[in-house]
Design a protein around this ligand. Structure first.
Ligand code: SDX
Length: 429
C-alpha cells in the first residue's frame, strides 16, 4: 500500500505520495502539488527539499555516517586509493584489477594539457587566485575536446571523464608553478595519481623532489574524504547548470565556482587564515568564539557547523588524526594545530555550539594537513576541487542518465509591488 501524506487546504484534503529511500528516509513527493492544489512550497536554502533521488552517496547527519555507493568512507580511507574511489563513484562498483589498470592507463595517457593552453595560463596575473584559474581552464577544455553527445559510447564517456580527472591535477600544478615563476613540470608515467601531482608541484630542475610514500598516501586519503557529499552546494550547481544540457566542462566549472565560496569549499583556506589571526592575537581562541556567538557580528567560526551533520563530521575525525600523523612525519608540530585543538575543545563545551549542534567539519583540520604537505594556503580549495571532481562527474552522469531529469527551474513567492503604470520622467519626484 503506497504511503501518502495528507494536506488540508481551504477545507479540501489532498493525498500526496510518499517516497522511501533504501536507508528508510521518507519524502513527500510534491511533483504534482501545483497542478493539484495551485500551491508551491517555500524552502530558502533547501534544508527541507530533496532535489533528486540518488544512489551515489548516503549521509546521515545525526549519526555522522558517510558512505560512497554503500562503502563507509572510513573503510575507503583506510584501504582504498583515490583513483579506485573515483572509479567506484562514477561506475557504482569497485573496479576489477583489469578495470583499475585500464583506468590508470587512461589517467596517464590523458595527463598532459594541450600545448596551446599554456598560453592561457601565461596570461593570468601572477597573483590570480588558483580557483579562478582552475574554473576558467576547465571551461576552456571544451574548446580543445569534444563534448559528450546525447547517446555516447561507453568508451567515449570513460575517456571524457578520465581526461578531466587527470588534467585537473596537471592544470592545478601548472598554475602553482607559473605563479612562482617556475618551469612547468610534466606528469610522469611511472608515478601514481597522487605522487604525480606532488612531483608536478614540487619537483624542480635544480632540486629533484623525492615523493615520500606517506605523503602520497595522506593525499590519497585527503582526496577520498572529499570525493563526494551528496547534494552539497557545488554538486547542486553542477546538477543545476548541467540540467540546461550544457557540456560537462561548463557544468564542472560552475561547481568549481560554487566550491570557491568561504561558506563551502573555500572554508579550508578561511580556517587557516582564522587560526593565523588567533595566533597573531596571542593564541587565545576565546575572543573569536565570542564573536562567532554574537548575532550582530557576521563572523562565523570557520570549519564549524554543517547543513547536514549535526554531530562530528566523520571526515573531520579522520583528518584530525591524519594531521597528527603527517606532522610527526614531516616536521613535528604546527602551532596552528595546537590552536585548532584548543578552539575545538573550548567551542564543544560552549552551550551556544552545543545548542546549535556546531561541530568541526571536513574543513577544520584539512588546512593543517595541507600545510604539512607543503601546499600553499591559496591552493587549499583547489585541492578540495581535485578531490570532489569524481563526485561531481558521478552526480552529473546520474542526472544525465535519469529519464525523468528536467531543466532545474525553482519557483518563487513574489513580494514586490502590485501592477502599476509607467510614470513619465516629468511626473517623477
Ligand atoms: C563544506 O553541504 C556539504 O556537504 C558541504 C561540504 C561538502 O563536503 O561538500 O561538507 C563542505 O562546505 C563544509 C562547510 C564549510 N563551511 C564553513 O565551515 C563555514 C562556517 N560554517 C557556517 O557558515 C555554517 O555552519 C554552514 C554554512 C556550513 C551551514 O550553515 P546553515 O546550515 O545555513 O546554518 P545557518 O547559517 O542557518 O546557521 C544556523 C545557526 C545560526 O544561528 P541562529 O541564527 O539560528 O541562532 O547556527 C549558527 C548560525 O548563526 N551557526 C554558526 C556557525 N554555523 C552556523 N555560528 C557560528 N559559527 C558557525 N560556524
Amino acid at each position: 500500500m503506497e504511503e501518502t501524506a495528507k494536506l488540508i487546504v481551504d477545507g479540501k484534503t489532498y493525498e500526496l505520495p510518499m517516497v522511501r529511500g533504501t536507508e528508510g528516509e521518507r519524502a513527500v513527493d510534491i511533483s504534482k502539488l501545483r497542478d493539484e492544489t495551485g500551491l508551491i512550497t517555500l524552502d530558502p536554502g533547501y534544508p527541507n527539499t530533496g532535489a533528486c533521488k540518488s544512489s551515489i552517496t548516503f549521509m546521515d547527519g545525526e549519526q555522522g555516517i558517510l558512505r560512497y555507493r554503500g562503502y563507509p568512507v572510513e573503510q575507503l580511507a583506510e584501504r582504498s586509493t583515490f583513483v579506485e574511489t573515483a572509479y567506484l563513484l562514477i561506475n557504482g562498483e569497485l573496479p576489477s584489477r583489469e578495470e583499475l589498470t585500464r583506468f590508470s592507463v587512461l589517467l596517464n595517457d590523458h595527463s598532459l594539457v594541450h600545448r596551446d593552453m599554456l598560453h592561457f595560463f601565461d596570461n593570468f596575473p601572477r597573483r590570480a587566485h588558483p580557483m579562478g584559474i582552475l574554473s576558467s581552464m576547465v571551461n576552456a577544455l571544451r574548446a580543445f575536446y569534444p563534448e559528450l553527445p546525447e547517446r555516447s559510447e561507453e568508451e567515449e564517456i570513460l575517456v571524457t571523464f578520465t581526461r578531466l580527472i587527470s588534467k585537473i591535477r596537471t592544470m592545478a600544478a601548472i598554475s602553482y608553478k607559473l605563479s612562482r615563476g617556475h618551469e612547468v613540470i610534466y606528469p610522469r608515467p611511472d608515478l601514481t595519481y597522487a605522487a604525480n601531482f606532488l612531483n608536478m608541484m614540487f619537483d624542480s630542475p635544480v632540486r629533484p623532489y623525492e615523493v615520500d610514500p606517506d605523503v602520497a598516501q595522506a593525499l590519497n586519503v585527503f582526496w577520498i574524504l572529499h570525493a563526494d557529499h551528496e547534494q552539497n552546494c557545488s554538486t547542486a550547481a553542477v546538477r543545476l547548470v548541467g540540467s540546461a544540457r550544457v557540456n560537462l566542462y561548463a557544468a564542472i566549472s560552475a561547481g568549481i565556482c560554487a566550491l570557491w565560496g568561504p561558506l563551502h569549499g573555500g572554508a579550508n583556506q578561511a580556517v587557516v587564515e582564522m587560526l593565523e589571526d588567533i595566533q597573531e592575537n596571542g593564541g587565545d581562541p576565546g575572543p573569536f568564539i565570542e564573536r562567532a556567538k554574537d548575532r550582530q557580528d557576521p563572523f562565523r567560526l570557520m570549519g564549524f557547523g554543517h547543513r547536514v551533520y549535526k554531530t562530528y563530521d566523520p571526515r573531520a575525525k579522520i583528518m584530525k588524526k591524519m594531521a597528527d600523523r603527517v606532522l610527526k612525519k614531516q616536521k613535528g608540530s604546527d602551532p596552528l594545530l595546537d590552536i585548532a585543538r584548543r578552539l575545538e575543545e573550548v567551542a564543544l563545551e560552549d552551550p551556544y555550539f552545543i545548542d546549535h549542534h556546531l561541530y568541526p567539519n571536513v574543513d577544520f583540520y584539512s588546512g593543517i594537513v595541507m600545510r604539512a604537505l607543503g601546499i600553499p594556503t591559496n591552493m587549499f580549495t583547489v585541492m578540495f576541487a581535485i578531490g570532489r571532481l569524481p563526485g561531481w562527474i558521478s552526480q552529473w552522469k546520474e542526472s544525465m542518465d535519469d529519464p525523468g531529469w528536467r531543466l532545474q527551474r525553482p519557483r518563487q513567492v513574489y513580494t514586490g509591488p502590485n501592477e502599476r503604470d509607467y510614470i513619465p520622467m516629468d511626473k517623477r519626484k
